[in-house]
Design a protein around this ligand. Structure first.
Ligand code: CA
Length: 505
C-alpha cells in the first residue's frame, strides 16, 4: 500500500491536508489535480468553493472564502475570513457523555503520597518559594551552592528548584484580578512534588507579603527567611543553606509507593502546532487521556483561545449545568480580557502555525481540543485553581506555553504531556514534560528532544490507539520515575511566567 497523499477528516469536509508536499499537476484523488504546489500540512480544495462559501475541515466551518477558490487549489491563511465566535450563553450540556472509554493496560503507578492527600508527587523536590523577584539573584547563588554541597548527601531527593517569578512588587496587589497570580503562587508553594516542605524567601518590603503566600500557621523562622533581616550577603547564604539542609533531610525520607491512578494528575498542552497536530499528536494524547480517566486518574487540558471556537463541543461533554456555566464564564472572562487589549482570539496563531498549514484559530482550536479525548468534563477551573474531582477537567489558562505551564503546575499536575508540530524545547522544572510530535520529519529533526512520535499515524503506519497506548505507557513510566523524558534528562525548563491579568504599577 502506498502512503496516502492527503488526509480528509469528515465526509462533509471540502478540504484535505497534504501528508507531504504535493507537486502541481499531481492527481490527488480522482478528478482532483493540484493546481499549484501544496506545502506539507497545507489545505487543498476538494471542490470549487465560491466567494463567501464555507471552507470545511473537521466537519466545521473554518471560515468563508474571500474569493472564488477552484478545485485543486492551495488554500492558505489569506484566503478565508474568520467566522463569528460561538455564542456561550445558550450552550447545551450533557448531550455527549461518553462512558465507553479504552481500558488502560495498568491501573497503578509509583508515586510519592502526600500527608494531606490530593494528587501524589511524581518527583521529590525541594521547592523554594519566593515572594518577589528581588530575591532571585541571591537565591540562585545559594541554590547553586546547595546543589553542589547538599544535594549529593540526600540521594532520594531529585532536585532543588527555586520558584523564581516576575510577580510580588510593583503590582496592584489589591486589584480584583490580582487574585490570579496570588492563587498561582500560593498553590505552587504546596505543589505535590514538594512534599509539604515549605521554604519561603522574602525580601522584607514587597507587596506580596509572606502571609499572602502561605497560611498563617506555616509562618515561622523554620520556613521563612527575610533577606533584609540578615546581616549581609554571607549571612543570607548561610541561612538559606541551613534551612535547605533541614528540609532536604526530611524530604530524603520520602519513598515511592504503588498507588492507584486516582492519585495521578496529568496536564495536557500543545505548542508550535501544525495542521497535523489535530490528526496525529493531539488525538493520540486524547486516547491516552481517555485511558487515564478510565483508570481513575485526573487529566486537565487548558488554553482558552484554543478551545473558544469549539467550546460548544466541550459544553456537550459537561456533566452538569454548573460545570457548563463555569465553562461559559471562563470563556466570557477571556473574551473581555482580550477585548480590553483591543484584540480577539484571532491574535493567537503564530507565523509558525500558519507555515504549518493552520489557516486560523478555528482550525487550530479543532485540532487542540482533540487532546482532551472523549471523556465527560467533570469540573472547570479558573487559572491555577486546584481540582476537587477526578476525571477530565478543563482548567482555563492562556494558551501561551510558558504561562499555561505554571497555571497547570499550580493546579497540581505531576506531569505534563506536550504536543508539538513545529517543535519547541519547552520544559518545566517542577514536573517532567513528555513531548509528542505530530510529524515524522519533526522526530527526524529532533530525535533527542521528542519523546513520542505520532507521525506514523499520518503515513498510515500506526493507528491513534497504538500511539495513544504507547503514550499512556510513557506517562506511567515517567510519572513513576522509571524513565526520564528528554526535557528532564537535559534539565530543559522555561521561566515561570505567572499569569497576571491585573495592572503593574
Ligand atoms: Ca500552548
Amino acid at each position: 500500500m502506498s502512503a496516502p497523499l492527503y488526509i480528509k477528516i469528515k465526509d462533509q469536509d471540502n478540504v484535505a491536508i497534504a501528508v507531504n508536499e504535493i507537486k502541481a499537476g499531481t492527481e490527488v484523488m480522482e478528478g482532483i489535480v493540484a493546481a499549484q504546489d501544496i506545502p506539507q500540512a497545507h489545505k487543498i480544495a476538494l471542490e470549487d468553493i465560491p466567494k463567501g462559501g464555507a471552507i470545511i475541515r473537521y466537519g466545521v466551518v473554518l471560515g468563508y472564502a474571500i474569493d472564488d477558490i477552484k478545485k485543486g487549489s492551495w488554500i492558505n491563511e489569506h484566503m478565508l475570513e474568520l467566522p463569528m465566535p460561538p455564542d456561550v450563553d445558550n450552550m447545551e450540556y450533557g448531550t455527549n457523555i461518553v462512558t465507553d472509554l479504552p481500558e488502560p493496560p495498568v491501573k497503578t503507578w509509583e508515586g510519592y503520597r502526600n500527608p494531606w492527600g490530593g494528587p501524589a508527587g511524581t518527583r521529590n523536590i525541594l521547592g523554594i518559594s519566593t515572594t518577589v523577584q528581588c530575591v532571585t539573584g541571591v537565591l540562585n547563588v545559594a541554590v547553586e551552592k546547595m546543589k553542589k554541597e547538599l544535594l549529593p548527601k540526600y540521594p532520594n531527593v531529585d532536585d532543588i528548584v527555586p520558584v523564581n517569578h516576575p510577580y510580588g512588587c510593583g503590582v496592584a496587589i489589591n486589584a480584583p484580578e490580582a487574585k490570579v497570580p496570588i492563587r498561582i503562587l500560593r498553590n505552587l508553594a504546596k505543589h505535590p512534588n514538594f512534599g509539604g516542605q515549605l521554604m519561603v524567601v522574602s525580601l522584607g518590603c514587597e507587596k506580596l507579603t509572606v502571609d499572602m503566600l502561605i497560611d498563617e500557621a506555616d509562618i515561622s523562622p523554620e520556613n521563612v527567611i527575610v533577606l533584609q533581616e540578615e546581616k549581609g550577603f554571607d549571612a543570607m547564604i548561610d541561612a538559606l543553606m541551613e534551612m535547605a539542609d533541614k528540609k532536604l533531610k526530611i524530604l530524603n525520607e520520602r519513598k515511592r509507593e504503588t498507588l492507584p491512578l486516582s492519585d495521578l494528575l496529568v496536564g495536557m498542552q500543545c505548542g508550535g502546532s501544525d495542521a497535523f497536530s489535530g490528526v496525529t499528536a493531539n488525538p493520540s494524547a486524547g486516547y491516552a487521556a481517555d485511558m487515564l480517566v478510565k483508570g481513575g486518574a485526573t487529566v486537565m487540558f487548558s488554553e482558552v483561545t484554543e478551545v473558544r471556537d469549539g467550546v460548544y463541543l466541550l459544553a456537550h461533554r459537561c456533566v452538569s449545568e454548573e460545570v457548563e456555566k463555569k465553562l461559559a464564564a471562563e470563556m466570557k472572562w477571556y473574551d473581555n480580557y482580550l477585548l480590553n487589549g483591543q484584540v480577539d482570539r484571532s491574535a493567537n496563531p503564530t507565523p509558525g502555525n500558519k507555515k504549518g498549514g493552520l489557516a486560523n484559530i478555528v482550525e487550530k482550536a479543532m485540532g487542540s481540543i482533540a487532546k482532551s479525548g472523549t471523556s465527560p468534563i467533570v469540573e472547570v477551573l479558573s487559572p491555577g485553581e486546584k481540582p476537587t474531582k477526578h476525571g477530565l477537567i478543563y482548567a482555563a489558562t492562556p494558551a501561551s506555553d510558558i504561562v499555561c505551564g505554571p497555571c497547570q503546575l499550580a493546579s497540581g499536575i505531576g506531569l505534563q504531556v506536550f504536543m508539538t508540530g513545529r517543535g519547541t524545547p519547552y520544559g518545566l522544572a517542577i514536573a517532567p514534560v513528555i513531548k509528542v510530535c505530530s510529524r515524522n520529519d519533526m522526530k527526524e529533526q529532533w530525535p533527542d528532544l521528542i519523546d513520542v512520535n505520532a507521525g506514523p499515524i499520518a503515513t498510515g503506519d500506526a493507528t491513534i490507539p497504538e500511539i495513544g497506548t504507547q503514550l499512556f505507557q510513557e506517562i506511567i513510566d515517567v510519572a513513576s520515575g522509571r524513565k526520564q523524558s528528554f526535557a528532564e534528562k537535559y534539565k530543559l525548563h522555561n521561566d515561570l511566567c505567572i499569569f497576571n491579568p491585573a495592572p503593574i504599577t
